[in-house]
Design a protein around this ligand. Structure first.
Ligand code: BG6
Length: 480
């Protein structure tokens, strides 16, 4: 942790979808639990013309809509912290008014940029001109940070002109999820797993991020991005890095990010036959009919809504261990999970008595339910007159049962608090983002070279059958 605790928070994109669904509810929850300084002033800015009271009404409506009923309470104290300044970030002259509203940087100013990436550059220039940069100012950047390595470098260069890396907080909201942090507790808080966490004992790893939702009204954005850039470039590669990294020397920003970036740089370029892309057609999810992607979009498109990849990490620990990644929209259920498939025992002492052993498997459920299941072989009770029978039984930990007391916080509560207080551990460093883009750009270039187009899959299925074949060619079945 470094530096100051901010007493001013400036939100760009204050009327946007993220602000309504996540940022305002998270700030309210932190306020209600007494976790933010009573003096913290929050200034929202966006293009819409509104005064302070107008924004407070807007925020109240968002809280009423998006806060779960059990988290609601009196909104008055929180709403009183809010002020608003309309601003067109492409017009430099507007920043003087914004600076006046923020009223200096106080003890410290935290800025959160949740706007179109095309506005990043003019916004940074405006902040500089308005005196809203400098030692006691840090900036949080919401994705998308570019659409490829070149555009991401461009954005990073623009931000670096006003802020040093220690004051830039790049958000990947998956890192704010409790369960994702728990992955590190599981790996490095126990002695059991780490000696086995390598190619000698692990056969393959699967990472699935499945969603049931479709376009959700994000037509303009999603069609220009696709599943690879929307989900794999950031969230899935961060999960992969946490699963595969070497033990950091401590749980702090520099050691954790040093280890993650080494993994990201070790990703082997992907051959075209190691990816499958898909696009959903009309189907049904949980019994309800849903339209196809092109119907939702209203025009032809070659954008992928599903991607499966067989990835490899070229280092000593992971040589020969495939990492199967898949993500998609309109899949049968919402689930994010990591499956660690261990190898067979080297020799079965039970084989002559007819028993078969199955390799152990660790399933780390990240959402919606948080649970960890380790499958172990056990003897089926009996006198074994017809041979010994072994069966795989689960050792199950449901986190909700294990930790019934502590409040479950959504990712943005954690990330906003870390931004206000200056802890970068759960934020992505520039070299990580660039290593991520570098690998993703290679995949996209290979698709273009091969003229690859998405195969269709019915909404409510697990993606195109080619994705099943991709795993089966390696003797692997996707965990479902
Ligand atoms: C976002 C993507 O980053 O993550 C969305 O842009 C996706 O397309 C979302 O739906 C998933 O986040 P979560 O927290 O619901 O798994």
């Amino acid at each position: 942790m470094s530096g100051f605790i901010a007493d001013r928070l400036l939100l760009f994109g204050a009327t946007g979808d993220l602000a309504q669904r996540m940022l305002l509810p998270s700030l309210f929850a932190l306020d209600a639990d007494g976790l933010i300084d009573p003096n913290l002033q929050i200034v929202g800015t966006a293009r819409s013309e509104m005064d302070d009271q107008g924004y407070r009404n807007f925020a109240r409506a968002a809280l009423e809509k998006f806060l779960p009923p059990e988290r609601r309470g009196s909104f008055a104290t929180f709403l009183n912290r809010l002020r608003y300044q309309p601003l067109d970030a492409t017009q430099p002259e507007g920043f003087a008014g914004l600076a006046q509203k923020v009223d200096g940087v106080g003890r410290g100013l935290a800025i959160f940029l949740s706007t179109a990436p095309s506005l990043f550059e003019p916004t940074i220039a405006g902040l500089q001109a308005g005196g809203l940069t400098g030692e006691n100012v840090r900036i949080g950047l919401e994705k998308p940070l570019g659409t490829d390595l070149a555009s991401s470098c461009h954005i990073n260069d623009a931000v670096a002109r006003a802020f040093p890396e220690e004051r830039i907080f790049r958000i990947d909201h998956y890192l704010g999820k409790e369960t994702v942090q728990n992955l590190l507790a599981l790996r490095f808080g126990n002695i059991l797993f780490e000696p086995l966490w390598n190619a000698a004992h692990i056969e393959h790893i699967q990472i699935t991020v499945a969603e049931t939702v479709g376009l959700e009204g994000r037509v303009g954005f999603y069609d220009g991005a696709g599943a690879l850039r929307d989900m794999v470039q950031n969230h899935m590669l961060q999960l992969l890095a946490l699963v595969a990294m070497e033990p950091p020397v401590s749980y702090d920003a520099t050691p954790v990010r040093d280890e993650k970036v080494k993994v990201l740089r070790s990703l082997r370029p992907i051959a075209p036959e190691e990816t499958v892309i898909g696009q959903y057609t009309a189907g049904a999810i949980a019994g309800a009919a849903v339209p196809g992607y092109l119907d939702e979009l209203g025009k032809p498109s070659g954008t992928e809504t599903f991607v499966a990849i067989k990835a490899h990490i070229d280092n000593w620990r992971w040589q020969g261990v495939p990492f199967y990644l898949r993500t998609g929209k309109r899949l049968p259920r919402r689930t994010t999970e990591i499956v660690v498939q261990f190898r067979q025992v080297p020799h079965s002492i039970f084989a002559k008595r007819g028993a078969r052993t199955e390799p152990n498997r660790l399933v780390i459920g990240i959402q919606p339910a948080e649970n960890i299941t380790l499958s172990l072989m056990a003897k089926v009770p009996g006198l074994d007159r017809e041979g010994i029978r072994l069966r795989s039984v689960p050792l199950d930990i449901a986190m909700d049962d294990a930790f019934a007391g502590p409040t479950r916080r959504i990712a943005y509560e954690r990330l906003l608090l870390d931004l206000i207080e200056g802890d970068q551990t759960l934020f992505v460093r520039r070299d990580e983002v660039e290593a991520q883009w570098n690998w993703i750009d290679g995949i996209r270039a290979s698709w273009t070279d091969q003229g690859l187009t998405p195969k269709s899959y019915t909404a409510g299925s697990w993606g195109p059958s080619a994705a099943i074949a991709l795993a089966e060619r390696g003797g692997v079945t996707w965990h479902e």
